[in-house]
Design a protein around this ligand. Structure first.
Ligand code: HEC
Length: 722
């Protein structure tokens, strides 16, 4: 199989940390194992993680115990050693190469001086936070064929911690408890039906010994969203909370689902309904409320999902429940009857704000639909909403009813006509975490301006695999004409927005050439950190947005940074590694704007005066586009185009316009070799690396049509070389 360099599964280089004395490191590792790691744990109090310790850590920047640092998800570190005055003295303290070459989205945890990360393929690694010495690693061995269930790469966004354990959700739907000291698995629970396209990419939240985990999959097929709670010690299932109702023929449902049932029409249960909780959760210990961000409908197009409309509760909503029982308390629906993949799964931040002279306990969210919501988190009542980027699907949110004023022409599900809608399904803001700085009163949003063409899919039928949105990607796919494509790409923008949630106004912004930039970290030193799609890791002054410092990370950055302290020294850490975005980060996102970057997956750790160096930057250049001559018929090219949009574009780029992370098929040697193409595409020769076998879904004729279509596309693009 020399034809295929193995992508994403094997290390780019041995997983060694860098930027430290290697003989000292070997010594430390030996010491760590000899003393059962005791010597490695002098940095912190060595305590179990519990409610009291999480509460205490709010005012103490040593650890990072929860995905959003604290249960309120503010991602605000109280550390203040790094300031606008000295931030230009930041340098690399150490870094570690990761053994996966796919999108890295995780927020690390730091407990007692150790840093724990999850990577692509749901692997977990532990390092000494000061030296970078690796302590242990754990690979849940996610089967390669699980990759095809994920819309947007084999990513993982983080871990949960409780007691002496860590918890990771795996792409194939397991929740696994690890011994934090050794990385040994303690229990594993299957949280999804393996025959359905469920995945887990989000971090668990652990509340009072209950590990709560959601899932994703509503773009990919008939899934019904829920979160499940497991006992942290035993892995026993405690409760499950569904976000959308079941088939009424299956008997009575809990009251909140009976109420929801009235907002659905048709045989919605056949399509699952959707509403997956694939990312954000937050917790208020005083109110004892757990907040869930609920996802889009399955399929997107409401005309198929719930013909005749309806609000379709609890899609695109924030729902408050009791963490001990899973009982429903309140909900607020942001996009009733959503039809554009407008998830409300984006980062939820809890804060206390002075609004009209009164202190209010609020919940803040900037979901995909482009409005910034401030909600009363005791009652779920809307306080204010304002768009943070231009939108064209609604003329604002009615503050009395809390409902958007829809623009009719955006509802392609009702008109049956294509609509160009902004934001697109990529969202005005996606999963990349925000941060809130109470001192400056600002929320930092990794925002973007995007537009999508939503074309109703005529006579759509669900397929057991591929995209199941009920919208026609073949009709709306990125145009092959390079000039039109350049225009479409140029209309997409990215920016960091500093948002005043009380005034509902932008205070400052930093414009980036393209979308899909990294998550945020705010610090008490008055410095805000963010990485970019273009590979820069930046520090800004929180009050003004003035750039203080920047470092070339050599690869796109999506994940959010964290900060922690050991022996009085402040560190900033971030996972880097391009990938993730639908189409696996096609260069259309960045190449015309920031230059195409490869995936180089690493954990980078900074401190003032850090002197470590990354290896020299390797120039990245793709193989030439050198296809065989065009052959086939119009009918074959059309079949190839349609099947590609539905089954291949998710990983190989729209209209075969490939990215830097997975093979760009226009450049593949398999185009000239039908037998190898068949071995890979039909029989799954590369399945263990995440390239599924398609024999159960596509006929031999369709698989050959795909090859002829890609050959045609490659010939079209050969001249421009892009
Ligand atoms: C879930 C992601 C995913 C989807 C969907 C997908 N692929 Fe792939 N594909 C991959 C990955 C990952 C590789 C590289 C595997 C490796 O490096 O061993 C790959 C490799 C290939 C290769 C080999 C290319 C080379 O030169 O090495 C071909 C051909 C291919 N895919 C065709 C297709 C076709 C046709 C479809 C649609 C029917 C498709 N793929 C759908 C992930 C995907």
């Amino acid at each position: 199989m020399a034809l295929f360099p193995i992508k994403g599964r094997t290390p780019a280089s041995p997983s060694l940390p860098h930027g430290r004395n290697s003989s000292k490191w070997a010594h430390l590792i030996a010491l760590c194992s000899a003393l059962a790691l005791a010597a490695c744990q002098q940095a912190g109090p060595n305590g179990d993680v519990d409610s009291a310790r999480i509460a205490r850590s709010a005012g103490d920047g040593q650890d990072w115990l929860v995905h959003g640092r604290t249960y309120d998800g503010q991602r605000y570190s109280p550390l203040e050693q790094i300031t606008p005055a000295n931030a230009n003295g930041l340098g690399l303290a150490w870094y570690a190469d990761l053994d996966t070459n796919r999108g890295q989205e995780a927020t690390p945890l730091v407990i007692d001086g150790m840093i724990y990360v999850s990577t692509a393929w749901s692997k977990v690694k532990a390092y000494d936070g000061r030296s970078g010495a690796p302590l242990w690693e754990y690979d849940p061995e996610v089967p390669g064929k699980a990759a095809v269930k994920a819309c947007c790469d084999v990513v993982n966004r983080g871990l949960g911690a409780w007691g002496d354990k860590l918890f990771v959700g795996t792409l194939d739907g397991r929740l696994i408890a690890l011994d934090r000291k050794t990385g040994k698995p303690l229990w594993s629970a299957t949280t999804v039906d393996p025959d359905k396209p469920y995945t887990i990419t989000g971090a668990p939240i652990v509340i009072k010994g209950r590990v709560i985990i959601g899932n994703g999959g509503a773009d990919m097929g008939a899934v019904r969203g829920y979160v499940t709670a497991y006992d942290a010690d035993s892995g026993k299932q405690l409760w499950r909370f569904y976000t959308v109702p079941d088939n009424p023929a299956n008997g009575p449902q809990p009251a909140y689902l009976e109420r929801a049932l009235k907002t659905w029409k048709g045989d919605f249960w056949k399509y699952g309904g959707g509403g997956t909780v694939w990312d954000s959760m937050a917790y208020d210990p005083d109110l004892d409320l757990l907040y869930l961000g609920v996802g889009n409908g399955s399929p997107w197009n409401q005309a198929y999902r719930s013909p005749g409309g309806g609000d379709n509760l609890y899609l695109s909503s924030v729902v408050a429940i009791r963490p001990e029982t899973g009982d429903y308390v309140w909900h607020y629906q942001e996009t009733p009857g959503e039809t554009w993949d407008y998830t409300a799964t984006q980062h939820i931040i809890l804060a206390d704000l002075m609004i009209d002279g009164k202190p209010r306990k609020v919940l803040m969210q900037a979901p995909k639909n482009g409005f910034f919501y401030v909600i009363d988190r005791e009652t779920g009542k809307l306080i204010s909403a304002s768009n943070y980027v231009p939108v064209n699907w609604a003329d604002g949110i009615d503050l009395k009813t809390g409902r958007p004023r829809f623009r009719k022409e955006a509802r392609y599900d009702e008109t049956g006509k294509p609509a160009i809608v902004t934001p697109s399904s990529g969202g005005a803001h996606n999963w990349q975490p925000m941060a809130y700085d109470a001192k400056s009163g600002l929320v930092f949003i990794p925002a973007q301006v995007t537009a999508g063409v939503y074309v109703p899919f005529k006579d759509w039928k669900p397929s057991p695999r591929g995209f199941n949105s009920g919208t026609d990607f073949a009709a709306s796919a990125m145009p092959a004409d390079p000039a039109i494509r350049a225009r479409a790409v140029a209309s997409v923008k990215g920016m960091l927005i500093a948002w005043d949630p009380v005034a509902q106004k932008e205070r400052w912004r930093v414009n980036y050439p393209g979308p899909s930039n990294g998550g945020l970290l705010a610090t008490a030193g008055g410095v805000v950190f963010q990485g970019t799609a273009g590979g820069q890791f930046n520090a800004f002054e929180a009050t003004t947005g003035r750039k203080l410092w920047s470092m070339d990370a050599q690869t796109g950055i999506l994940a959010a940074p964290i900060s922690y302290a050991i022996d009085g020294e402040q560190y900033v850490a971030v996972m880097v590694g391009w990938g993730s975005i639908f189409g696996i980060a096609p260069p259309g996102n960045i190449s015309t704007m920031s230059g195409a970057l490869p995936n180089i997956s690493r954990l980078l750790v900074f401190r003032l005066g850090g002197k470590a160096m990354l290896p020299e930057k390797q120039a990245w250049s793709p193989a030439p586009i050198d296809p065989p001559a065009i052959s086939g018929t119009e009918a074959q090219w059309k079949t190839g185009h349609d099947r590609f949009a539905r089954y291949c574009a998710q990983c190989h780029g729209e209209t075969a316009y490939g990215g830097t992370v997975l093979p760009d098929l226009r450049r593949s040697a398999t185009l000239a070799d039908p037998d190898t193409w068949t071995m890979v595409v039909r029989d799954g020769a590369l399945e263990m690396n995440g390239m599924a076998a398609w024999k159960d879904i596509l006929s031999d004729e369709e698989i050959e049509a795909l090859r002829l279509y890609v050959i045609k596309r490659a010939n079209e693009d050969r001249k421009s070389g892009q």
